[in-house]
Design a protein around this ligand. Sequence first.
Ligand SMILES: Nc1ncnc2c1ncn2[C@@H]1O[C@H](COP(=O)(O)OP(=O)(O)O)[C@@H](O)[C@H]1O
Ligand SMILES: [Mg+2]
Length: 250
Amino acid sequence: MKTILKVQNLCKSFEDTQVLNNINFEVEEGEFIAIMGQSGSGKSTLLYSISGMDRPTSGNVLLCGKDISKLDDEKTSEVRLKQMGFIFQHSYLLKNLSIRDNIVLPGFKLGKLSREQVNQNADTLMVKTGIDSVAEHDIKKVSGGQLQRAAICRALINQPDILFGDEPTGALNSSTSREVLDIINAVNTEGTTVIIVTHDVKVAARAGTVIFLMDGNIHDKLTLGKHDGDEEKTLFREKRLYEWLEEKAF
Ligand SMILES: Nc1ncnc2c1ncn2[C@@H]1O[C@H](COP(=O)(O)OP(=O)(O)O)[C@@H](O)[C@H]1O
Ligand SMILES: [Mg+2]
């Protein structure tokens, strides 16, 4: 297995408040990592610091062996556009564009493929995620679940090495959340590395490894192993994770 992301002695402070305190971990290609912890423990800050959305105060973030923590803003945007996809609690799609136009935008921006090829890739993604029927719809005319699927398609349009998510199911009801999770699982099974922040046990139980943050430190890690989608095993994983979290008074 190849290491895709290596985080070394990462610290992050805002003015004189230290939020992340010497974080070290490695992610192998194709892994699914969930980051959990109390509100305010530094989960989002960690995700942003390892994905170029924010700059660490000190330490290194190696993506495929290259330190991305010291790149200038332009190079950082390029790495993010080429190698990373992002999903958040809200989809942040552009209001005056259709679902399709939102999805293809990062593909056009990267400019690696022709517009036709980008459109074809968008079609494939929309079929996979079940939103092809609303491709030309205004984003105000589709459901929250469809918006989040579109956000996933947009995140995947440039075939990123890593898909990052910050509470990607946080605004969805449980059945929609499950559908979105199944999509994230499928993306991971096809080889994309996934790193998501979540407070939801059902989400984290899909991950191979769960990292528990406490006061800006990695307090503990739980290895669940690859999830194969089996219903019974899912329940067992959730139970195991509940027990592990209970010990932490989560
Ligand atoms: N831009 C910022 N400026 C100042 N403090 C921040 C900023 N972002 C986060 N923090 C602080 O860092 C701590 C961790 O925040 P965050 O990473 O959002 O936690 P979590 O995602 O685990 O809820 C909190 O105390 C928060 O107030
Ligand atoms: Mg957060």
